[in-house]
Design a binder for this molecule. Structure first.
Ligand code: 25A
Ligand code: L14
Length: 340
């Protein structure tokens, strides 16, 4: 890391992701000169801790970004659409966690383990997009496979934690579970059906093709990050009653034959991946183990015996850390190291 220090703003600092962004900046010892915490008017005046100091949250306005070098956004898509260009205009490089800018051809979409070179494209708009959490962890595991063997098709089903929908969803799972155990009525606010003791094949909104927006994000973002529109991807995204950590069942059809023992070796030395794969000892990736750390856990590696060139795996990561905050801070590290 260079000795230079940067003025950093966190937009959406009081949210589920923003809070962890602050923690990641601290844990990874990002060279922060001054930290600005921004949220809506509702949170202005609230104090959050950074490196032992209390930092007061300010209401985000168009004047918030003067003197800011890097702005990490996680305040929802609408807020990003409005404020990311304003921040960029003020001279900050924006790393945006919402879905608003991801598919803009002038905005790079970056998973540092997969396509760090793409960061250079920030110069056009001053905005870099953080991919969807489910895409990020899948590509940490599949980018090395793609480079080594090529990928023809990916079939993925996800088991996603409620924390992806923010603090109110974490509360809903907790309160609804407690209410059900005690035979008390609970009025749900976030999900259209009970999430406690249930699985919902529904994340984000439904589109005209019958898929959800979350499913199509996995399709389109994967192709953009791997810079290959020919890769076939089909996804089913499911909400499960888990607080932190998304799990994914991934079937990948490679172009060159990939032997499962070679894939295991490849992933053992791949950045950001931890192989957790000793099923006979009941050892495989678990959401509970992925939560609170930054690696993407990969296990249940098997040859797909139904096709010529197929591998199955189970991929788990902390959706708020590697799926959002950590990935954004890693992008900021690349900016600090090589561009700013
Ligand atoms: O639009 P998207 O991209 O689909 O994103 C929708 C939501 O998903 C989360 C995030 O929710 C986002 O709002 N999210 C986004 N990307 C994510 C990702 N990759 C992701 N989750 C996981 N992975 P969140 O609750 O975690 O964070 C919201 C933050 O945004 C701030 N914010 C909202 N509007 C803003 C704004 N900041 C600046 N200007 C604006 N106009 C928001 O701050 C929060 O930090 P806040 O001050 O509005 O909220 C502070 C506290 O209040 C709670 N709260 C939120 N809404 C209400 C509320 N309380 C009462 N009534 C409400 N209507 C919050 O829970 C927070 O604790
Ligand atoms: O980053 O789990 O596009 O509800 C939007 C919805 C992240 C997670 C995104 C959820 C998301 C999310």
């Amino acid at each position: 890391m260079t000795q230079k220090k940067f003025n950093v703003a966190v937009a959406g600092a009081t949210g589920a992701v923003g809070n962890v962004m602050i923690k990641c900046l601290e844990e990874r010892n990002f060279p922060v000169a001054n930290l600005k915490l921004l949220a809506s008017k509702r949170s202005a005046g609230k104090k959050l801790r950074f490196k032992g100091d209390e930092v007061e949250v300010e209401e985000m306005t168009k004047d918030s970004f003067k003197g800011v070098d890097i702005a990490l956004f996680s305040a929802g898509g609408g807020t990003s659409l409005e404020f990311a260009p304003i921040a960029a205009q003020s001279g900050a490089v924006v790393v945006d966690n919402s879905s608003a800018w991801r598919m803009d051809p002038d905005v790079p979409l970056v998973v540092p383990e997969a396509n760090p070179h793409a960061v250079a494209g920030y110069k056009t708009k001053g905005i870099i997009a953080n991919p969807n959490c489910s895409t990020i962890q899948m590509l940490v595991a599949l980018a090395p496979v793609y480079r080594e063997y090529g990928i023809k098709r990916i079939v993925v089903s996800t088991y996603q934690a409620v924390s992806g929908s923010g603090k109110k969803a974490i509360d809903e799972l907790f309160d609804q579970t407690r209410a059900k155990i005690n035979f008390i009525n609970y009025e749900k606010k976030v999900y259209p059906h009970d999430i406690a003791f249930n699985c919902l094949p529904h994340i984000d909104v439904f589109l005209d093709n019958g898929y959800t927006k979350e499913e199509m994000k996995m399709v389109n973002e994967t192709r953009k990050i791997l810079e290959n529109d020919k890769i076939a991807v089909t996804a089913t995204t499911v909400r499960v009653p888990v607080f932190y950590g998304h799990s994914e069942s991934v079937n990948v059809e490679t172009i060159k034959h990939a032997d499962v023992s070679e894939v295991r070796k490849l992933l053992e030395t791949s950045k950001g991946v931890k192989i957790v794969d000793n099923p006979k000892e009941n050892v495989y990736p678990l959401a509970i183990d992925a939560a609170g750390q930054d690696l993407t856990l990969v296990g249940r590696l098997r040859q797909d015996e139904s096709i010529e060139n197929g591998i199955n795996m189970w991929i788990v990561a902390d959706n708020i850390r590697k799926g959002a905050a950590t990935n954004a801070v890693q992008i900021a590290e690349i900016l600090a190291e090589s561009y700013l």
